[in-house]
Ligand binder design. Structure first.
Ligand code: FE2
Length: 361
């Protein structure tokens, strides 16, 4: 029997948050997502409200609790706002589950089936790092992009040019990175992409180790970080301390015009990490010639990195919630297939300035 789970791509990110309404407002009005679905008491769901947001192929569910005894409320109390579910689309959930069981490392949950007027949606939940899960979702007998329990809403944002999810990064505990790489590679048939050690990604103060796993020709990319020792606390350890467990650190959203995307988001109130001005003085020496005007990049704090395949442009938001945990990355790839290793130093210096302001450095 086959032991390939035939995963397709990331289907959606579901956040458990303290106030879904406000997160939805921000995703729509600051980040340019459309609100396309709503689920709550009005749609027959008694214990939660959830907004389905979409931009390009990116689907985000923003879910909050409305009752006292709630799994979502408990999750929020422990972790604050964060990603609960990085769901993955599969062609045939029976085959996927059988293949994963055969591989013997990951235990898929019982296959659930929800029938609505749109057909049957079938899914199985697998647990990943911390309280994070992957819901393997099979749409093959289901005729709608709207999940069960959601009503269609048409509330359009002004698109900022986001096309799809490029990668989703997990932060795990010290010395657990290889455990989770094995979980994805041996348990789910992912391939490992590259690795670099903490000498590559460190500043004077804090460091991390990172490995990248991917599936289906990079349609699904999950880098995994663990803290490494520096003179002061690693930013990964700060995440773990505030999230109270491993969890999703950032999701990178792909655009094909980062200058437009970031200009628009900044105008509408999305806060990005500042970049030290000195970064741009040495940029040309580091990455060679690029199509973009460096002055424009500097004005917007956009970072550039080059690898053997080309270059990429990227920028990181400040944390999206109250705790210094989850943030977004905006990324544009111009041939570059890596993740901005050369920018870690510049990024770290910037993150550490913020960390120092919070008294955690
Ligand atoms: Fe990233």
């Amino acid at each position: 029997m086959n032991d390939q789970p035939f995963l397709d791509k990331v289907d959606a990110l579901e956040f458990y948050v303290g106030s879904a309404k406000h997160w939805a407002y921000f995703h729509k009005n600051a980040m340019g997502f459309d609100m396309v679905g709503y689920s709550g008491p009005e749609t027959g769901v008694r214990d939660r409200v959830s907004y389905l947001m979409q931009q390009g192929e990116v689907k985000i569910k923003l879910t909050s609790f409305i009752t006292q005894d709630s799994e979502i409320g408990n999750h929020f109390k422990v972790h604050g706002d964060g990603i609960k579910d990085i769901s993955i689309r599969v062609e045939d959930v029976d085959e996927s589950v059988a293949a994963i069981e055969k591989r013997g490392i990951v235990k898929p949950g019982k296959i659930s089936k929800i029938e609505t007027g749109n057909g049957k949606l079938r899914a199985s939940v697998i647990r990943s790092y911390g309280d994070t899960v992957h819901t393997l979702t099979d749409y093959s007998d289901y005729n709608s992009e709207l999940p069960p329990g959601y009503d269609y809403v048409e509330s359009r944002g002004k698109s900022s040019g986001i096309k799809k999810i490029d990668h989703v990064v997990g932060n795990v505990e010290d010395s657990k990175m290889d455990y989770w790489v094995n979980y994805y590679v041996k348990g789910l048939d992912f391939k490992q992409l590259i690795s670099f050690d903490d000498k590559d990604i460190s500043t004077k103060y804090s460091a991390l180790r990172s490995k990248v796993v991917h599936y289906n020709n990079r349609k699904i990319i999950f880098p995994i970080n663990e803290p490494a020792l520096g003179l002061k606390k690693s930013q990964i350890q700060e995440f773990l301390d505030y999230y109270n467990s491993p969890g999703a650190q950032h999701a990178a959203l792909l655009t094909d015009d980062i200058i437009k995307t970031v200009s628009q988001m900044k105008e509408r109130g999305v806060e990005f990490l500042p970049t030290p001005p000195s970064y741009y003085e040495t940029l040309k020496d580091r990455v060679g010639s690029i199509d973009e005007d460096i002055e424009k990049l500097k004005k917007l704090d956009i970072l550039v990195d080059r690898d053997e395949d080309g270059y990429l442009l990227q920028i990181f938001t400040k944390p999206m919630g109250d705790r210094p945990t989850f943030f977004y990355e905006i990324i544009q790839r111009k041939g570059g297939t890596s993740f901005g290793k050369g920018n870690f130093k510049a990024l770290f210096e910037s993150i550490e300035q913020e960390q120092a302001k919070r008294g955690n450095l």
